[in-house]
Design a protein around this ligand. Structure first.
Ligand SMILES: Cc1ncc(COP(=O)(O)O)c(C=O)c1O
Length: 398
């Protein structure tokens, strides 16, 4: 029998060491609970980094994926038509500002594609001199070579310099700073309506409106990266919905296919129609199994009461987090089931104590514990979290 120690030893021997994993091995999941190989249960406040919106073992998701597998049609490439792909594309367009969709395989890939779309818009207008891409402090748009340039974190960029040229950074939520950096040379402005990796920072409606105005003024493409904050997580379908403004492009990924790898670029007709056959592509784009899973997730998020549930449990979570009486909590912030507590201590020990106490927690930014659970989580899980977190914070303080 393979033991936990065997798995960890093999991981150290054979995996590229880009992650420091804790010393347990996950084996199965049910609802919002994951179990390790020793059958210890962990309530999951991470959801595979804001991915598993429907939790683990969702019957409909499993059944639809299995049905598609049983047709034999897993992958045929973007060379051919398939029904699941057009159905998911239509579902996304019917429920957003977008007219057309391009599917890919991850968040970084979606953002890479979005930048290409924006460049093609400028090229089509014979404005190829427009090459500046504006992102904002604490942004995270991915780690591939292109989007690493617009993820302005020295730790991520330093070993891989030089970055792709043209990236300029404005201050998040600072309209004057945006006015300074966005000009006629700007091809695209990209922002997360709620920053996830950067520490759960919520963009104001005024800031999003200012970016819309500046992009219109300078003929730049406005991209909302809703890879982490989109698709029901905030209690609205889109994290930008509250602001009343729309982008030219929105990128999605994480929760879209219930845990299967996917990315999507949603665009207005004006943007999408500049892209011609051969301008972009990816072997695995729009695979039938992934698309079927996507339909289940989007339809579930849209189903009666689902987003109300996210709002209700999200508000309860924020209220209960605010109640924790710890001198180490600086601020509680977020929206829906995307919230965080900023601490005046490093969050690593809290995450470790969480494991011991049967909680999966994850940090973000430099000193934030972020809560991005499966969207099906219940108030009773919030109560468990608060009880355990209170004890953990007391222990660390003492
Ligand atoms: C807002 C945002 N954009 C892009 C990405 C990159 O997505 P992926 O890890 O799928 O490449 C992430 C991942 O955390 C993200 O949170």
């Amino acid at each position: 029998m393979t033991t936990k120690a065997d798995v960890i030893k093999k991981d150290q021997q054979y995996s590229v060491p880009v992650a420091a994993r804790p010393d347990f091995v996950l084996a199965r999941g049910e609802g919002v609970t994951l179990y390790d190989t020793e059958n210890k249960a962990y309530t999951d406040w991470v959801a595979g980094i804001a991915v598993n919106a429907l939790g683990y073992g969702d019957e409909e998701l499993n059944s639809v994926v299995n049905q598609q597998l049983n047709t034999g049609l897993i992958h045929v490439s973007g060379l051919y038509h398939t029904q699941p792909m057009v159905e998911l594309a239509q579902l996304l367009c019917d429920n957003s500002f977008a007219d057309k969709v391009y599917f890919c395989n991850s968040g970084a890939e979606a953002n890479e594609g979005a930048l290409k779309f924006a460049r093609k818009v400028a090229y089509a207008k014979e404005k190829s001199n427009k090459t500046k891409v504006v992102s904002f402090t604490q942004a995270f748009h991915g780690r591939t070579m292109g989007v690493l340039a617009i993820t302005p974190k020295e730790k991520y960029q330093k070993p891989f310099k030089p970055m792709v040229p043209g990236a300029v950074v404005g201050e998040f939520n600072n309209i004057d700073s945006a006015k300074e950096v966005i000009d006629d040379d700007t091809v695209a402005v990209i922002i997360e309506p709620i920053q996830g990796e950067g520490g759960i920072n919520v963009a104001t409606a005024e800031f999003l409106q200012a970016l819309r105005d500046l992009c219109d003024q300078h003929d730049a493409t406005l991209i909302f990266d809703e890879i982490q904050c989109g698709l029901g997580r905030t209690g609205d379908l889109w994290a930008h919905s509250f602001s009343g403004i729309t982008p030219d492009i929105m990128t999605l990924a994480k929760p879209l296919a219930g845990g299967l790898p996917v990315g999507a670029i949603l665009a207005t007709e004006a943007v999408a129609n500049v892209m011609q056959p051969g301008d972009h592509g990816s072997t695995f784009s729009g695979g039938a199994v992934v698309m079927q899973a996507g339909k289940v997730v989007v339809n579930r998020v849209l189903s009666d009461g689902f987003m109300e549930h996210v709002q209700e449990v999200g508000e309860y979570l924020m209220e209960r987090l605010e109640e924790i009486n710890s001198p180490n909590i600086v601020e509680v912030r977020g929206r829906g089931l995307m919230s965080g507590i900023e601490l005046d201590i490093a969050p690593g020990d809290i995450v470790k104590h969480g494991y011991e106490n049967g909680l999966l927690l994850v940090s973000s930014g430099t000193n934030v514990i972020r809560f991005v659970p499966p969207l099906i989580i219940e108030k009773s899980h919030v109560d468990e979290l608060i009880e355990k977190l209170t004890v953990i914070l007391e222990k660390i303080d003492g």
